[in-house]
Write a protein that binds this ligand. Structure first.
Ligand code: URA
Length: 183
């Protein structure tokens, strides 16, 4: 089976997964983009717009993320965009249990896509992928090599929209990402 077929198989498993749906609503938001993506962007959890459409990052923070992706010289259809948690939490915020469970599906997606750079957008993404709560403020904007993989940590676009100084840091980080992708 090719990479797209394997990703479709995981999407089906997510749609059937009862644990993923606990205390959450709306459509499954499994992720979208290229199965051969060199760069993957990982967020937090779908919001209301994502739950209504089944597509990741289509609300306000999604517009910011998608414009930064384009400014970094990437095409949306060439990258992959997803989140550790695949359904919209009723409380608005995913629990640690949600994030730990989401890892099972997310790790399979990462193994299939095998991107060159994994961009972690905020604390939920770092917990969901690296298994650690990382101080984003201290660790953002650089490549972190771990277990033969390259991670790039930056702020979640929703945080950047809430706190304008973080937006500037997020924009700077994407400029660095652009340079890293050119080398
Ligand atoms: N925020 C996320 O982290 N993921 C989405 O899909 C939408 C908003």
């Amino acid at each position: 089976m090719d990479k797209s077929g394997l990703l479709a198989k995981i999407a089906k498993a997510i749609e059937k997964c009862g644990v993923c749906k606990e205390n959450k609503s709306g459509k499954a938001v499994v992720g979208e983009g290229s199965a051969d993506a060199k760069v993957i962007f990982i967020g937090e959890a779908p919001g209301r717009k994502e739950a209504a459409t089944g597509r990741p990052f289509v609300g306000r923070s999604g517009q910011l993320l998608r414009s930064l992706i384009r400014e970094a010289g990437l095409k949306e259809e060439d990258v992959y965009i997803t989140s550790p948690v695949k359904y919209s939490p009723d409380s608005g915020t995913p629990t640690v249990k949600d994030i730990e469970h989401g890892k099972i599906h997310l790790q399979k997606q990462l193994d299939i896509i095998a991107p060159k750079i994994i961009v972690l957008l905020g604390r939920v993404a770092t917990l969901g992928v690296l298994g650690e709560m990382i101080a984003i403020n201290k660790m953002h904007g650089v490549i972190i090599d771990k277990d033969d993989k390259k991670y790039f940590i930056t702020f979640h676009p929703a945080a950047a929209l809430r706190f304008p100084p973080l937006k500037e840091k997020l924009i700077e980080d994407f400029k660095k990402l652009k340079k890293l992708l050119e080398t």
